[in-house]
Design a protein around this ligand. Structure first.
Ligand code: SIN
Length: 274
């Protein structure tokens, strides 16, 4: 069956059909990477993957990074389990267990943040727990010229506390990294905003009040629905995002229902460049 790529109709994202993620040819991998670069988020539905098959699939997009924590729900160091499932004594068996998450880029607090991720849905609550993606290329292009000029050459400090899911938990002395606030995606030459509500602390070389006000304004801008695709999960979905030019958030969901997702994190071979 030929591969077809159908845009979601929102500001980013495309559904890719005609593809079994367990059987990847070099030609398939090229088509997937083209769709990834063009649409920033791609969704494959009705997939049936073991952990090992998910890791092999992830390799179409780059090298796989290790998870920080090996979950008993996988037992592998190349699978990050994202789940609210708990042990008998109430301890989460996966990471990022509960509820809403503010907009963020995965691993922006590292010197070399990841290029992308492939998230596979195994269990999903009946309502909520959607993942929302903002198109940061489109958000940059929509800025007034005066704001673009103000941001040119600026860098921002990004930090993360490993248990944080919202802004008020930000910057608890965790790891941090400084990156350009506007980065260029090497393959496309497009400029993309690189800041987010959960992890960006301050713009360097700017008085604190001015930096806070500008970050608030930019965070409101990138969270405008006109830049967003909201993905409602179905069991068997695998979704791959370009973590360099999209940031993502999660909507709230009931703790009484189970959510089980497995993420393969795709490393980058270059640091973010202005
Ligand atoms: C993530 O940020 O990788 C998790 C997103 C989600 O749980 O929907």
């Amino acid at each position: 069956m030929p591969i077809t790529v159908t845009p979601t109709g929102a500001a980013l994202g495309a559904f890719v059909t005609g593809f079994d993620a367990r059987q990847i040819t070099a030609e398939d991998a090229r088509a997937l990477n083209d769709a990834f670069l063009k649409h920033h988020v791609i969704v494959l539905r009705d997939q049936h993957l073991t952990d090992a098959e998910q890791v092999e699939f992830g390799k179409c997009f780059g090298e796989i990074e290790k998870a920080r924590y090996i979950s008993p729900l996988s037992g592998r160091d190349d699978i990050m389990v994202i789940s609210n499932i708990r042990s008998d004594d109430g301890k989460p068996l996966g990471q990022l267990p509960d509820g809403e998450m503010s907009f963020h880029f995965d691993r922006i607090h590292q010197a070399k943040p990841c290029r992308g991720a492939a998230l596979y849905c195994i269990e999903t609550p009946s309502e909520g727990g959607d993942t929302c993606f903002s198109n940061m290329v489109m958000a940059y292009e929509a800025l007034p010229e005066a704001t673009k000029a103000k941001l040119a050459g600026k860098v921002a400090v990004n930090s993360f506390s490993y248990t944080a899911t919202s802004r008020d938990m930000k910057d608890q002395g965790g790891p941090r990294a400084t990156h350009p606030i506007v980065r260029t995606i090497p393959e496309t030459g497009k400029k993309s905003l690189y800041l987010c509500r959960l992890m960006t602390d301050r713009i360097e070389g700017m008085p604190e009040a001015e930096s806070n006000a500008l970050l608030d304004e930019l965070c409101d801008h990138i969270e405008n629905p006109r830049f967003i695709y909201q993905h409602k999960w179905r069991v068997g979905d695998i979704l791959v995002w370009d973590n360099r030019c999209t940031c993502h958030a999660r909507t709230d969901f009931s703790g009484a229902e189970r959510r089980l997702m497995k993420r393969v994190t795709i490393g980058d071979n270059a640091m973010p460049m202005a």
